[in-house]
Design a protein around this ligand. Structure first.
Ligand SMILES: *Cc1c(COP(=O)(O)O)cnc(C)c1O
Length: 350
C-alpha cells in the first residue's frame, strides 16, 4: 500500500537524485563562511530573486524571525495578517524573542490586507505608540496567490509611511508558477523575502532569506544569536540547489492534481469543496463535524493521511500522483457510501 499523505507539502522524502547531490556536496564550516555549497545556494537564490544577498537558515520560522529582527528593533511594530504564518503559527516569536509588537489585521478572503486598514494601523510618531516599521505579507497564503498589482500598491503604501516590506514566501514558487511571471518580478517590491526549500520544493530542510547586503549582514548576526549558525550545512544546501533546479516547474503538476482532487471530491455527497477556489496546491473541504474523526480513521486504514480541522486542508506535493488523487477521492466516496447517516447530516445542514 503506497502511503498518500495530504497533511502538508512538508512530508516529501528526498528523491534519489537529490540524495545523490547531497552525497557529493563540497562542504566547509559555514559559520566561517567556508561552505562552498551553502555559499553557492545563497548566491543562486539572491540572483534568482534579484536581491543583493541571501542567507541559508534552518527553517521558515527562523527565516521569518531573523527577517523581522533585521528590520525591527525592540519596541518596534510590524503590521501582519491575522492568518499569517509569522503571526499565528510561529509561537509569537517576533514578540517573544524579538521584542517586536505585532499589529495584526484581518485578512481579506483573497488573503490580502485591506490597504485602508494597513494605513489606519500605522502609528503616529508619538511616545504612546510602538514604532511601526514593517509590513509583512505572505504569498501564497492559504494556497491563494496575491495579485501582483495588489503587492505593488501595498508596498507603495508601506514606503509612503517609511515602512520596510517583508515577504513570507514559504510557497513563493507556487505563486510564481501560478502567475507565470519571473520570480524577480513577483518579489521586486519586497525588501526581504523568505523562501522555504522544504515545502513544495521537496528538500528535507532549509529556508533562505534574501535582501540587501545590509539586511543580510544583520540577518547573519541574528542567525548566530538564535543558534542557527550551522557548520557543514552544504550537505543540506545541496538538496536546496537540486530542488531549485529540478522541482520548480513541476509545481504545476501539484496544482493540477489539487484541482483534479477538488473536482472529484466535489462530486461526493457529504463533502463540500469548491474547485473554483483552488489556485495552487491546496484543497479545502468540509464534512459534517461528527464525520471528521471517522473519515480520518477510515482513510488511515487505507494508508491515507489528513489533518482534521473545522475545514480539512489537503496539500498536494512531489510524493503524490494523479492516480493517488483518484484513489483518495474514491476512498472518501466509499466512506460516505458506507456511512449514509453522515451524508444526510450534511443535507440537513444545507
Ligand atoms: C511552513 C511555513 C513557514 C515556516 O516554515 P518551517 O520551516 O515549518 O518553520 C512559514 N510560513 C509559511 C507560510 C509556511 O507555510
Amino acid at each position: 500500500m503506497k502511503p498518500i499523505d495530504l497533511r502538508s507539502d512538508t512530508v516529501t522524502r528526498p528523491t534519489p537524485g537529490m540524495r545523490a547531490a547531497m552525497g557529493v556536496a563540497d562542504v566547509g564550516d559555514d559559520v566561517y563562511g567556508e561552505d562552498p555549497t551553502v555559499n553557492r545556494l545563497e548566491a543562486v537564490v539572491a540572483d534568482m530573486l534579484g536581491k543583493e544577498a541571501a542567507i541559508y537558515v534552518a527553517t521558515g520560522t527562523q527565516s521569518n524571525l531573523i527577517g523581522l529582527m533585521s528590520h525591527c528593533e525592540r519596541g518596534d511594530e510590524y503590521i501582519v495578517g491575522q492568518q499569517a504564518h509569522t503571526y499565528k503559527y510561529e509561537g509569537g516569536g517576533a514578540a517573544v524573542l524579538g521584542s517586536i509588537q505585532p499589529q495584526p489585521i484581518d485578512n481579506e478572503p483573497d488573503g490580502s490586507l485591506s490597504l485602508d486598514r494597513v494605513a489606519a494601523a500605522v502609528k503616529p510618531d508619538d511616545a504612546h505608540f510602538a514604532r511601526t516599521r514593517l509590513l509583512a505579507l505572505e504569498n501564497t497564503i492559504g494556497g491563494k496567490v496575491l495579485p501582483m498589482a495588489y503587492v505593488a500598491q501595498a508596498a507603495a503604501l508601506a514606503r509612503s509611511h517609511g515602512l520596510g516590506v517583508h515577504l513570507d514566501g514559504a510557497r513563493l514558487f507556487n505563486a510564481v508558477v501560478k502567475l507565470q511571471r519571473p520570480v524577480r518580478e513577483v518579489v521586486q517590491d519586497f525588501d526581504s523575502v523568505s523562501v522555504c526549500l522544504s515545502k513544495g520544493l521537496g528538500a528535507p530542510v532549509g529556508s533562505v532569506l534574501a535582501g540587501s547586503k545590509t539586511l543580510v549582514a544583520r540577518a547573519r548576526r541574528w542567525r548566530k544569536v538564535l543558534g542557527g549558525g550551522m557548520r557543514q550545512a552544504g550537505v543540506m544546501a545541496a538538496a536546496g540547489l537540486y530542488a531549485l533546479k529540478h522541482h520548480i516547474d513541476r509545481l504545476a503538476e501539484d496544482h493540477d492534481n489539487a484541482r483534479f482532487l477538488a473536482e472529484r471530491l466535489a462530486a461526493i455527497p457529504g463533502v463540500q469543496v469548491d474547485p473554483a477556489l483552488v489556485q495552487t496546491n491546496m484543497v479545502f473541504m468540509t464534512v459534517p463535524m461528527t464525520a471528521g474523526p471517522q473519515l480520518k480513521a477510515w482513510l488511515a486504514e487505507r494508508g491515507m493521511q489528513i489533518s482534521l480541522g473545522p475545514v480539512i486542508r489537503m496539500v498536494t506535493h512531489l510524493d503524490v500522483t494523479r492516480d493517488d488523487m483518484a484513489a483518495f477521492a474514491d476512498a472518501v466516496a466509499a466512506f460516505f457510501q458506507a456511512h449514509p447517516a453522515a451524508v444526510s447530516r450534511t443535507a440537513a445542514h444545507a
